[in-house]
Each structure stands twice: as C-alpha cells, then as structure tokens.
Ligand binder design. Structure first.
Ligand SMILES: [Zn+2]
Length: 160
C-alpha cells in the first residue's frame, strides 16, 4: 500500500466510523419492507403516533392505556401492524411505559444506538417499517434481564 492509498483508506474508514450504526432519519428507512413518504406517514398516523414512530418522540409516562392491558394477546406496530410482543412477555416495570422482557420472535425488532441523550441508549425500532418504538435496557426481569421500554402509542393490541 502506498502512502497515498493508505491515507485515502484511513480517511474513508474515519468517515464510515463517524456515521451512526443505523441512520434514523426519514429517507434511510428505504431498506425496510414497508416504506412510505413522510407525508404518507403523517396522513396515516395520529399526531402522537407520528411523533413517536417517525420522529423518535417519547410519550409522557403513564399516558398509554396499554400500560394497563392485562389480556392475552399480541402487541403490534401501530405503523405497519407487524407483531412485536406477546402479552406473555409483558411485565409491570413501574415506569409508566408498557414494558416487555423479550420480543415475540427474532424478526420483530431492529436495534440501533441512540446518541440523543448524553449517554448512548439502545433504540428499538420495528423491523418491518423502521418505526421508532422505544429503548431496551439491561435491568429487566428473568429470564432475559432485558427491559424493552415501549411507547404505547407506537403499538396496537390484539386480544387473542
Ligand atoms: Zn412497523
């Protein structure tokens, strides 16, 4: 490798490293099975769901009726209806956000790193449409020890 190609390689590597693992804004969702324009999402979703799913918002704690949902069933993405969580994995976290210890299967969710706060958090999005759902933390109950902290407004519930 010549000095020139070495420097070029170094610059390219630096540029790649500077890009987040997963680009979260608008156009980068093209890789998902369900893709819509920002205008289409806005027309389809309630303003609250749009803010969470497409703009990475967070609903106020304790506001979602899904906090109190105790029936057997499946929680789906409010954007594209993709199944996300079984009621069997729901637990009361005391946070005011619907919380689960595992997704319904290994195709339900995608993860990315969210640097919006001063510490990086693992962001959870729908694997089907890329919609932002919430974050996952390592302080959940057994058997996984995970706490998937979800925005209720980003989900719908279908009882069995
Ligand atoms: Zn979705």
């Amino acid at each position: 490798m010549t000095r020139r190609t070495f420097i070029a390689t170094l610059l390219a590597a630096t540029a790649i490293a500077a890009v987040p693992r997963f680009l979260v804004a608008g156009d980068s969702f093209k890789e998902f099975a369900v893709t819509k324009s920002d205008e289409e999402w806005k027309a389809q979703l309630t303003p609250e769901a749009y803010k969470v799913l497409r703009k990475h918002g967070t609903e106020p704690s304790g506001t979602s009726p899904l906090n109190y949902e105790k029936r057997k069933g499946v929680f789906h993405c409010a954007g594209c209806d993709w199944p996300l969580y079984s009621s069997d994995a729901k637990f009361e976290s005391g946070t005011g956000w619907p919380s689960f210890f595992e997704p319904i299967n290994d195709k339900a969710l995608g993860l990315s790193v969210d640097h919006r706060l001063f510490y990086p958090r693992d962001e959870v999005h729908c694997a089907h449409c890329g919609g932002h759902l919430g974050h996952v933390f390592d302080d959940g109950p057994p058997p996984t020890g995970k706490r998937y902290c979800m925005n209720g407004v980003a989900m719908t519930f279908k009882p069995l």
